[in-house]
Every structure is written in structure tokens, then in C-alpha cells.
Design a protein around this ligand. Structure first.
Ligand code: ZN
Ligand code: ZN
Length: 356
């Protein structure tokens, strides 16, 4: 597994004329090596794959990072990097410019001298866009856990509880069913707060006769799910049911028509055109979806400005919404895999208008 990913990275490095790259991002490190420890660097050269970490991980790292030479580094990891580069006669080194602080860069410069440092951008992230079968299996389990959590929500939501209390119960449920954590700050947005697309759970007490939007996911074995459902309590303003049906139509229309070869812009328009047709275009202020994987927001983007082309193996969300200030809002979100012929939907919670 690790070897195939490293091979693809080597091809990219070769195209850039680079014979070595240092990976500092923890997520990219885990993606390339399978090593789940909290510290370490990956050094890929044309011939060798190194995982540099400290003494705490000298049992775990060789077990997890198959195909890598695990090297224990001393007080300053750059001394070890310099030695490894010198052994292979490497004069220039790519580094991940998005993941290296100015302070770290200064240390690289000082310690690695006279090695030439070359900033590279998003190389491992680009590999991560296309998920392999193993990754899809993990993401299916993360999606299943989000679905199970939504069923759990339906059994615990009641008037008088605060959004934060429900958030805590969701977190307990996900973690007691295998999640490392939630994959981002859980959104529980009730009543007028449901008009806030990013209404992270607050101290607001659930009153009844209102909408509640739940947007949450589980981080499971390194991968995220991301699910949104909006439900009704009691008898909310009829306007809210009207927008619920429009958002649902937009979401289902997108799922029916999204396919490989389409751009992110075209996919975004599938949902946006339905909402605009009903006159609510200006109340759908965010994009239709985003890539999902080891991070909750990855490429590709399904937005008005996105030229990303959808390809088999990409996992994206489809999440149109309408938000009416002061009244409430609706968002419905599923996670899907782009396949050769269309899509496979990972999340399966009911989207029927639900009144508690
Ligand atoms: Zn979400
Ligand atoms: Zn999302």
C-alpha cells in the first residue's frame, strides 16, 4: 500500500526535477507510511523511503511503516536529514511550503546548508484526492457511524435540552463506537440559529416548533465522514417546510446527475439552478460540496469557481442549503464516491421530512 503511494509521489518529483522531498505534514506522513504516531518526518529520495522518528516510536514505526527504513533521529532531526542526503549525494530537497513554519524553514536552511531547498505545494494532497479501495472501505465505515449517530440523535432530541448537551451525547456515541473524535466541531443549530450555515452547538435551549440542523461526522481510522440533516420539531413556520422540499429536490437532482468528467462548477450548478429556479438563489451562500478524506475539506471543490474535474475514486459531499435570516434554514448533505459510471452514496440516513 505505502509503496504504491510513494511510487506515485516519486513520479511527481521526477516531473519537477527533484530527487528528494521531505514531508512534514502529519496527515501526509500517515498517508504515505501508515504510521499513526504523533511525530516524525518522511524523506523520499529516488531510491529510498525513510521514516525519521524518535525513540518513543522505535517499536511502533517499523510495524506500521512497511516498505520504509525507519531511522531514529537525535536531538535535531535536520542533522539526520543532512546525513541521509549526503549519503546519496543529493544537493536539492523539496519541502512542503504549506506545512513548514518560518521558524522551521530557518532551521532547515541553517542545518542543511549547502543543500538547496525547493518549496513544493500540494504534492501529496494531489495523490490523496483519488481514494483507493482500502480508503473507500474505511470511509464507508466512517459514513456508517455518522448514520448510526443520526439515528441516535432522533432518540435523544427533545425540547428543554441545550444544543451543547446534544453535541456532547453525539460525541459520546461516536467515540464509544470506534471514532477517534468528531471530524470537526459539531453543528447543532436550532430555531433561528439554523439560518447560520456554521452554527456550532451553543447554549441555546431547544424550544420546539422549530427546525434543527445537525452537521457532523466521525473521524475513524484516519478518515472523516460529514453528514447533515435538518429535522422539524412540533409545527414550525410553513415557510420552512417549503424550503426543506426545495433543498431536498436540489440535493436529489445533484445526486441523480453528478458524474465523472464534470467540472466542480457544473456539479455546483446542478444544485444551485434548482434553488435559483424557486427564487432562493441568494439564500444559498456557500458551495455545493467539497472533497472529503483524511481531512474534512479537501480537493476537489464543487463551487461556482471550481475547474476541478471529477474523476473516479474522488469522494465529495453534496450539501445544498437555504438560510432565511431570523427564521431558520435547511441543509442536506451526503458523502459520495465518484465511480466509472456515476456515483456510489456512502451515507444513507433518511432525508424524508421528519417531524419529532
Ligand atoms: Zn457537513
Ligand atoms: Zn461538508
Amino acid at each position: 500500500m505505502a509503496n504504491k503511494r510513494v511510487e506515485r509521489l516519486r513520479e511527481r518529483l521526477h516531473d519537477l526535477g527533484l530527487s528528494a522531498m521531505l514531508v512534514a505534514s502529519p496527515i501526509n506522513r500517515r498517508y504515505l507510511t501508515g504510521f499513526t504516531g504523533s511525530a516524525g518526518y518522511v524523506l523520499i529520495t529516488s531510491e529510498q523511503s525513510f521514516l525519521l522518528t524518535d525513540f518513543r516510536y522505535m517499536t511502533q514505526a517499523p510495524e506500521q511503516a512497511t516498505g520504509f527504513q525507519v531511522v531514529e533521529h537525535g536531538a535535531n532531526v535536520m542533522d539526520t536529514v543532512k546525513e541521509l542526503l549526503a549519503n546519496e549525494g543529493i544537493a536539492s530537497l523539496g519541502f512542503e511550503q504549506e506545512h513548514v513554519t518560518y521558524a522551521a524553514f530557518s532551521t532547515y536552511t541553517k542545518k542543511l546548508e549547502p543543500v538547496h531547498l525547493v518549496p513544493v505545494s500540494g504534492l501529496v494532497e494531489q495523490l490523496r484526492i483519488i481514494k483507493d479501495d482500502e480508503e473507500i472501505k474505511v470511509m464507508q465505515r466512517a459514513a456508517d457511524l455518522a448514520d448510526a449517530t443520526f439515528s441516535h440523535i432522533l432518540s435523544i432530541v427533545e425540547t428543554g435540552k441545550t444544543e451543547r448537551e446534544i453535541d456532547l451525547q453525539m460525541e459520546m456515541f461516536m467515540r464509544s463506537h470506534g471514532a477517534t473524535s468528531s471530524s470537526f466541531d459539531t453543528i447543532v443549530a436550532s430555531g433561528p440559529r439554523s439560518a447560520l450555515p456554521h452554527g456550532v452547538a451553543s447554549d441555546r435551549v431547544i424550544e420546539g416548533n422549530e427546525f434543527i440542523t445537525f452537521d457532523f461526522g466521525a473521524l475513524l481510522d484516519g478518515y472523516c465522514s460529514d453528514l447533515t440533516r435538518t429535522i422539524a420539531l412540533g409545527s414550525p413556520d410553513p415557510k420552512l417546510k417549503e424550503i426543506y422540499n426545495i433543498v431536498l429536490e436540489a440535493q436529489l437532482h445533484t445526486l441523480d446527475h453528478i458524474k465523472p468528467g464534470m467540472t466542480g462548477r457544473e456539479a455546483d450548478a446542478l444544485a444551485r439552478d434548482v434553488i435559483t429556479k424557486y427564487g432562493y438563489g441568494e439564500y444559498f451562500g456557500h458551495s455545493t460540496g467539497h472533497g472529503l478524506g483524511m481531512e474534512v475539506h479537501e480537493s476537489p471543490r464543487l463551487s461556482k469557481l471550481s475547474d476541478d474535474v471529477l474523476e473516479p475514486g474522488m469522494v465529495v459531499t453534496v450539501e445544498p442549503g437555504i438560510y432565511l435570516p431570523g427564521l431558520g434554514g435547511v441543509r442536506i448533505e451526503d458523502d459520495i464516491v465518484i465511480t466509472e459510471t456515476g456515483i456510489h452514496i456512502l451515507t444513507s440516513s433518511s432525508k424524508e421530512y421528519t417531524v419529532l
